[in-house]
Design a protein around this ligand. Structure first.
Ligand SMILES: [Zn+2]
Length: 218
């Protein structure tokens, strides 16, 4: 079974994806993280990718396709042996990427079985993301609402905490706007294909997880 998990920033989709990975052994494809690591590497495209990520703009479909193909083709055979699937987090981000992914999976006789969409109101997204703090020393991510650090601006390691530039309210609003404009058509397509499940993200982590497991029939 191959799953996509989508939701606006702050919806907790990453947490839900990780729970599914831990419990069922999916291969976790977190595209945002993969792209971020490319942006911080000596890849010739690093600066260009960094520019897209920092402005909240979509990384071009063709580049994302190459990255996804690289990952899928490397992992596919071991997953097939273990009868496990992929879980795609925050990817695809456009209908073109959705179709590219379907095409890549088809080459292995696979498909996207379910798209889980975690919903959360815009004010809640802004509230949760504005509370996020990164440690400047060890890189650990805290959240003053959902995962409070030991000191108001201090990490467990003693490092100073900082707020990412793209986590200021205006930047968040801008990213949410882009997210919804791109995601609307994907949800429409998934609904037409009969694979869309919407889940209310304003509940305890465990309750959301249970509903997802039930919806997936796992
Ligand atoms: Zn730290």
């Amino acid at each position: 079974m191959n799953i996509m998990i989508l939701g606006p920033q702050g919806s907790g989709k990453g947490t839900q994806a990780e729970l599914l990975v831990k419990q069922f052994g999916f291969n976790y494809v977190e595209m945002g993280e993969i792209l971020r690591s490319i942006a911080n590497s000596n890849n010739p495209k690093a600066e260009e990718i960094k520019g897209y990520l920092n402005s909240g703009k979509l990384v071009p479909d063709e580049f994302v396709r190459t990255v996804a193909w690289d990952h899928i083709s490397k992992k596919e055979s071991s997953l097939r042996e273990k009868k496990k699937g992929f879980i795609f987090d925050g990817y695809p981000r456009s209908v073109a990427q959705f179709e590219q992914l379907e095409d890549m999976l088809r080459r292995f006789g696979k498909k996207i079985d379910k798209l889980i969409y975690i919903t959360i109101p815009e004010e809640e997204s802004i509230k949760r993301l504005s509370a996020r703090r990164d440690c400047t020393k060890c890189g650990r991510i805290w959240n003053q609402i959902t995962n409070p650090p030991p000191g108001p601006e201090t990490c467990e390691c003693g490092g100073k905490l900082t707020q990412r530039g793209d986590d200021q309210p205006e930047a968040i609003k801008n990213r949410l706007g882009i997210f919804h404009a791109n995601t609307g058509p994907i949800l429409k397509k998934a609904r037409e294909e009969g694979i869309l499940t919407e889940v209310d993200g304003e509940r305890p982590i465990e309750a959301i997880h249970e509903e997802i497991v039930k919806e997936l029939g796992l």
